[in-house]
Design a protein around this ligand. Structure first.
Ligand code: GTP
Ligand code: SPV
Ligand code: MN
Length: 590
């Protein structure tokens, strides 16, 4: 399939190491994938669902101890520990290669080694990167085929001479979690993963390559690889505005990416187009603006709570060509179910662990990280620009997390530098303690905590530099919080499609319209500038908006202490500007 000697040599080297029974190159043809699907069905790795109702869909279960990313087993192996920073696990490259070579030695005996050429981003785009992923998991092949642009076309776009391609090496090994490693070698543009068969651990194109390795490349080459969705908001008789938003894992990216505007907006011609639901690669164009592509080609979305009300576009997307992982398999009609899908009574099903299950069972049927893998092209709101090699021009960045009290519904950073600060303090509340009754804030700068392939302090520095380069073309920066709760612990803001109302204000700000209220933490909307028409039934009045926008100085002083603690980790490496921003915030809160 290729004459590129650097690729041929590497594949040969990896096959000598792992000793597979045979080697199969993925050419990207539908016939080959259909054959592999059948093989996966025959060996019980996937089970086809009712093909009348869910054509091309199948269900898969991971091992019970292998249902989510393993952060403790994820390493960045740069020569110098200081370059990896306090938020990553480090191991010296030689030591890790030594460990991995022992584990990979002969690991594919009796198995097939699949070689998957892929392009991250539209094939041939200046922003795209080509790579080769080796795996012994048919499940990984089937998922990667949906999530990335795979096959000969990726090799052709690389050409026969280039050595500039990403190396991804994966084996499910024995699924031995003691010896699980997800090891990144940014200097070699490589990632090796063993003893996991699921999600971000094994689908290397996703978090490993598109974020950890790419963020390092981005820093070296002057661009950004971000944990961001990208949307285009179409408005009546105006240009579509493109926005990129970073929300930590499980904080609403896929939902926001597929937003359906509420009736009042839809009637007036507003529509939201999805360019990406998880990752954005962004680079300054010759026009000075920041342009973004989606390096992926499909969605790996959270299933629980996805339903026709919260995310109808996702529900529509997963009606065909979808692999469901760790959901409930309903044996009565050979379909799938998960908590929050509907109120159907399930009588005869298998849960994500493979045990008999029904609606009366005391345990959850689907894993909280149950996922669907579906092609972007099947999404009703996929942007016509999804495959545009030039990408889309980004006008605004949004950060956000899950915070019950501290953060207002929305605020705008004063300027780019303040925006970098706002991104750096993103956090999300997680249950802590044995009982899970107390909460603590997990700081997750720019939603990149588990995904930044180098020292996070340098990453802040890189963001600051990007702002210098972009100058007046720098996107405006905002922060949102859909998750404020009332005294009963219920969400106050209706969220989902109604988030359009917040996007509307953000777009008005980007276009230079609408005034602001200046607060110690940033610019806020005038409460009456948030459109609440039609939200009476949801209990949203002007007073509620005022409450949602309120900034509690006592909580923010606590917040400052939390940020200080977090920043201390970075010592001298933290850019001066970040320290200045924190001091300024503290002063504004006096
Ligand atoms: P990853 O794919 O893990 O990175 O998650 P994500 O950021 O794509 O989050 P996703 O959109 O899958 O949503 C995660 C959870 O947040 C789901 O339970 C959603 O139902 C919930 N959620 C998303 N948007 C909103 C919202 O606007 N309001 C509320 N209350 N919940 C939301
Ligand atoms: C996340 O955990 O942020 C995910 C799932 O999107 S995984 O790809 O498994 O990392
Ligand atoms: Mn998602």
């Amino acid at each position: 399939m290729t004459k590129n000697q650097s690729i041929l040599n590497w594949v040969e080297e990896m096959s000598i190491l792992t000793k597979p029974a045979d080697v199969v190159w993925i050419d990207g043809s539908d016939e080959q994938i259909a054959d592999l699907r059948q093989k996966a069905v025959d060996s019980g790795i996937i089970k086809p669902l009712c093909q009348d109702k869910l054509p091309g869909c199948a269900v898969h279960r991971t091992a019970v101890h292998d249902a989510a990313r393993s952060e403790q087993k994820t390493f960045i192996c740069s020569p110098n520990e200081k370059d990896v920073g306090p938020t990553n696990n480090w191991c010296a490259p030689d030591e890790m290669y030594d460990t991995l070579h022992k584990l990979f030695d002969g690991v594919m005996r009796g198995r097939t080694m699949y070689v998957i050429p892929f392009s991250m981003g539209p094939v041939g785009s200046k922003l795209s990167k080509v790579g080769i992923k080796i795996t012994d998991s048919i499940f990984v092949v089937l998922n990667t085929f949906i999530l990335a642009r795979c096959g000969k076309l990726a090799l052709d776009s690389l050409g026969d001479e280039s050595n500039d391609w990403v190396r991804g090496m994966h084996s499910t090994g024995q699924l031995d979690d003691e010896n699980r490693y997800i090891a990144h070698f940014p200097l070699d543009n490589a990632v090796w993963s063993i003893n996991s068969g699921s999600g971000g651990n094994a689908l290397l194109t996703k978090k490993c390559i598109a974020l950890r390795n790419a963020s390092y490349q981005g820093k070296s080459e002057g661009w950004l690889a971000e944990h961001m969705l990208i949307i285009g908001v179409e408005r009546p008789e105006k240009d579509t505005v493109y926005i990129a938003a970073a929300l930590p894992s499980h904080c609403g990216k896929t939902n926001l990416a597929m937003l359906v505007p509420p009736e009042g907006y839809a009637k007036n011609g507003y529509k939201v187009w999805c360019v990406s639901d998880d990752v954005a690669w962004l680079k300054q164009g010759t026009d000075g603006k920041l342009w973004a592509i989606n390096p992926e080609n499909g969605f790996f979305g959270v299933a629980p709570d996805t339903n026709n009300k919260t995310n109808p576009n996702a529900i529509s997307t997963v009606q065909k060509n979808t692999i469901f992982t760790n959901v409930v398999h309903n044996l009565d009609d050979n379909s799938v179910w998960w908590e929050g899908l509907n109120d159907d009574k399930i009588t005869n099903a298998v849960d994500w662990k493979g045990n008999p299950w029904n609606s009366d069972s005391s345990e959850k049927g689907a894993h909280t990280n149950a996922r669907f893998t579906a092609p972007a092209s099947d999404c009703p709101c996929i942007s016509p620009e999804h495959d545009n090699a030039e990408g889309v021009p980004i006008s605004a960045f949004i950060f956000g997390g899950k915070r019950a009290k501290t953060l207002p519904l929305v605020y705008q950073a004063f300027d780019w530098k303040h925006g970098v600060f706002v991104g750096s303090i993103v956090g999300t509340e997680v249950a802590s303690g044995l009982t899970g009754s107390s909460v603590s804030v997990r700081r997750d700068p720019m939603a990149m905590l588990p995904f930044c392939g180098y020292n996070m302090a340098d990453y802040f520095g890189h963001w600051l530099k990007m702002g210098d380069r972009l100058g007046r073309n720098a996107p405006k920066v905002f922060n949102v919080n859909w998750f404020r709760t009332n005294d009963e612990g219920n969400f106050v803001w209706p969220g989902y499609g109604e988030n359009m109302r917040v996007l509307d204000w953000i777009i008005e700000r980007v276009c230079g319209n609408k005034g602001v209220v200046e607060t110690p933490i940033g610019y806020e909307p005038k409460p009456e500038d948030i459109n609440i028409d039609g939200l009476e039934d949801a209990g949203i009045t002007l007073d509620v908006i005022k409450e949602l926008l309120s900034v509690d100085k006592v909580l923010w002083k606590e917040e400052v202490n939390g940020i200080k603690q977090f920043y201390t980790k970075f010592g001298d490496r933290l850019p001066e500007e970040m320290k200045t921003q924190l001091v300024d915030l503290e002063k504004r809160l006096l």
